[in-house]
Every structure is written in structure tokens, then in C-alpha cells.
Design a protein around this ligand. Sequence first.
Ligand code: UD1
Length: 417
Amino acid sequence: MDALLIHGGSPLDGEVRISGAKNAALPILTASLLAAEPLKLANVPHLKDISTVLALLGHMGVRVTLDDKNHVTLCGESIPNKEAPYEMVKTMRAAILVLGPTLARFGEARVSLPGGCAIGSRPVDLHIKGLQAMGAEISIEHGYIHAKCKRLQGARIVMDMVTVTGTENLMMAAALAEGATVLENAAREPEVVDLARCLIAMGAKIEGAGSDIITIHGVDALHGAEYSVMADRIETGTFLVAAAMTGGRVRATHAQPDTLDAVMSKLGEAGAKVSVGPDWIEVESDGRLKSVDVRTAPHPAFPTDMQAQFMAMNTIAEGAASVTETIFENRFMHVQELRRLGANIEVSGHTALVRGVPRLDGAIVMATDLRASACLVLAGLVAAGETTIERIYHLDRGYERIEEKLTQMGARIRRVH
Ligand code: UD1
């Protein structure tokens, strides 16, 4: 199993090219199930989660090709196999995204229930309830969601909680339903908007994506399209925090500053200098940071996927601050590992109180989930001496060539087998 070795203490300096967003690419790839014609995509990141979903789509019958310009073309002309097996869903919950499009186009789908997950129970009840409201008959058999329908019917669906993939699944299903569907209390995340844009390019009729009410007027069929996936706002945010923590200067290029308001404002509050251009963000810092309180909530508030990285930043900032997680239970697994590096953190329920310490010390730590791994990389970049991060396969699910990108900016980091 691979590990990362980091020698802390070098300020980052330079430019980093941001990759396409994993969480936008995943639903957009599954949108290929909605049309018989090819969907040609640019800016799809090279990540483990992306290969998992491509393998799943291939297993179902989508023809996937990659050209020399790194465009991914998906042709869902015929889908002989309308099933997502447990082996594939268990490694990546987002595989649930094949449910809505497959059911809407073919009137049938079987998708394994995702198992437990390191960051909480994460049920999919709202995906199921929404499809039932549109007329699907759904049963749970042998650990599989078995969904059937004639043609889905438009419906008004008020979602009990804000769910990102839930909104995406229902939006894709509604694109081919008969009549209008209104999703209320919909997720407003930029990735939902990116999916809506791609669906519109395929001929869907969608209004209001980016607000909490999305209206979808169903059409009989979608067609092929070309689309470029948005920039990854979480990757961007992670590199910006790295600049602030190491007392360096990083310009993230090919980024989308309008998707990072909450993160940039917190970095400013911490004392870093943040500048913005049309498609870049630059953070400069002398490394002397103030602790900042963080409370995660659905977009446009502070993203849960940046919580662990800001926790890492607070461990070496001046003063004390609280970090409150409101989206997922059990998303503080990085706390114990940060403590191994010398951090002072107390957890009470959904809130962690972080008291800044003068320095962290390198140690062996273990990555437990994707964003927790990113937080350990950040801590390792400032810890004195050597930090070894084990189980970095989590990191490979969501960060493209992270060690190369950091090395280019002066970090001393390498992968060992
Ligand atoms: C997506 C992101 C993930 C991010 C999360 C929150 C993708 C592939 N992943 O995950 O990186 O951390 O949004 O921004 O886009 N819930 C239910 N019932 C449901 C669905 C969700 O109770 O049917 C709950 C979850 O347990 C959680 C909350 O709703 O407490 C939000 O989850 P959700 O937005 O669905 O997260 P994902 O879409 O899985």
C-alpha cells in the first residue's frame, strides 16, 4: 500500500493548475445513461472515483472512449445491464447516481444499497422517496434497490434535507419524466448547477438550478452533447489553505472563484491575503494566522468537504476556535491523527475546539477518509521533521497527482510503496 512521506517546513510558492471537479464529473458521467447519442466531456479529472464510475457504466453497457486530448466520450446507445452491483457501489457511494437516469430511460433499475461509510450512516432514503413520488415502484430485495415504472410522472417533491446527490439523481430522472417536476429544498451546490448545464446542453428543460427550487419540464428524449466539467472547488480550497499554512504564495489557475466565497472569506479572516482574477485565486501569507470559527452547512455556507483542512489550519493558528460539523455525523476522524502530530483539540458532540499550538511535530499517521487525508497532508507540510501518511488510497479518490502538484510549488513530499 502506498504512503506519503512529507518533510515539513517549506513554504509553497508557485502556480497550480486546478483539475476538473470530481463531484461534478461523477453525476455528469452518469448522465450519459439518459441519451442514446454520445456525450463528449472535457476536463474530467484522473481519479480513482472516476475510474470506478467509468467501470460501472462500462459494465452496464455504456461505450467509453478516451481520445488523445483527454476527452471522455460516453455512448449509452444500448444499456443491456441495468444493474449496479454491490462490489462497485460499496467502494463509491456516488454510484447511486445511476439509479435515476436508468429508471427514467428504461423503466427499470437495480442498484445495490451503499453500505456503511466512514463518515456516518449516509442513507439514500430521499433518493428513493423522490422517485416514488414520481410514480416508481421500489422494493429493497437482497440488499438491492429494485425500481420499476412505466414512465415517470412529474411531481412536486419537498426534500426533508438538503442532499446533493439526491437532488442530482431526481433532476436526471425528472429530465425524462412526463410533465413538470418541482424540487423544493434542493441542493444549491455548484456541482448541481454544472450537472443542470450539461443536461440542458443535452436538451433537458431545467430552471432554477443554483436556487433551492428547481423546475424540470420532462422531455421525451435527450440528445448527445459536448460539455466541459467545472473546476474542483475543494481541490482549489485545499491548495489555498496550504499556501496560508506554510506562509507561502500560491496561485490556483483554471479555478472558479465564484464557487469559493465562504472559503476565501475565512482565509481572509485568518489573516491571509486573498486576490482573485477571472479564473484564478491567489493566497499569500507570512504564516502567522489567526484561528477562525467554522460551521459547515449546505452551499453557499462553508462546505463540509473543507472542514478537515480548516481544522488543520487552526491547529497552528493563534488563539482558539470552534469547528462545527452539521452535515455528517462522525466526520472528526482526523482529530485523533492531528493529535498524534501535537495538535490540541477537544471534541464535544459535533463541535471541536482547536487551540493553536506553536508547532506540530512529524509522526506516522493514517488517512481515514478523503478530506481527512488532505488535512493530514496540510499538517505534514508544516510539521517539524518527517510525517508519514499511510492508507493514502483515500487521497487518490479525490486529488489528482497531489504530490506532483505540491512538489512543483516547493513542497518536500514523495510517494513510497
Ligand atoms: C455530496 C458530495 C460530498 C459532500 C456532500 C455534502 C458527491 C459525490 N459527494 O455527498 O463530497 O461532502 O455532498 O456537501 O457529490 N441524507 C439523508 N438521506 C438521503 C440523502 C442524504 O438523510 O437520502 C443526509 C446524509 O446522511 C447527510 C446529508 O443528508 O447527513 C447530506 O448528504 P448529501 O448531500 O446527500 O451527501 P452526498 O450527496 O452523498
